[in-house]
Write a protein of this length. Structure first.
Length: 195
């Protein structure tokens, strides 16, 4: 005959182990959910004209997001960005510029001045957003997503300088980070667009 005390202890121990296993499974599911890739379609920002730009309108397209500046040694990249945009805009590709004054105060202008500069000097037709911060305590939500693995599910990165490029796939997910000095027309970028 089995001792009722031992049977009761065994039942309590079994229930306790099952509860711990269930708690562990719930915790693991929460961690996996937190690390699931998010996408850019959740964002709505203002463009240089003060209109709302909804990133969900870019579903199914490859996107290059680039932080820009008007008074930088890399500013001539606007010419290559515009050429790339014109060549591939009808093939499911778009460039979105975010002017930022985070590096050596190289984008001091107002939105109106930035828009005028881009149009007059480089004929920019790709979407240009409101001036933002791409690093530091006041980093905008889009760049938090782009630079934090906990949000993009791919990698942590720092924006090194003006004209760093973030390549977003057709599902709105971060795929690659391209260094500021790498030209927009570099074969690695063009091959990614064509793939």
């Amino acid at each position: 005959m089995k001792n009722p005390f031992f049977v009761a202890c065994a039942v309590v121990l079994l229930i306790s182990c099952q509860n711990q296993a269930q708690q562990k499974k719930t915790e693991n599911n929460k961690i996996e959910t937190a690390m699931t890739k998010q996408n850019i379609y959740q964002f709505k920002v203002e463009d240089l004209s003060g209109n709302t730009f909804d990133f969900s309108t870019l579903k199914g397209k490859k996107v290059m997001i680039v932080n820009t500046a008007s008074k930088c040694g890399l500013t001539p990249q606007y010419k290559d960005l515009e050429a790339l945009y014109k060549e591939y805009q009808n093939k499911g590709f778009v460039i979105v510029g975010f002017p930022a004054n985070n590096f050596a105060s190289q984008e001091p202008g107002t939105n109106e001045e930035i828009a005028s500069f881009c149009q007059l000097n480089y004929g920019v037709t790709f979407p240009m957003m409101d001036k933002v911060s791409v690093k530091g305590d006041d980093i905008c939500a889009m760049y938090q997503f782009l630079t934090q693995k906990s949000k993009n599910g791919v990698q942590d990165s720092d924006v090194e300088w003006n004209f760093q490029k973030y390549l977003i796939n057709e599902n709105g997910e971060l795929e690659k980070v391209i260094a500021p000095q790498t030209l927009p027309t570099d074969t690695s970028v063009v091959n990614w667009i064509k793939a």
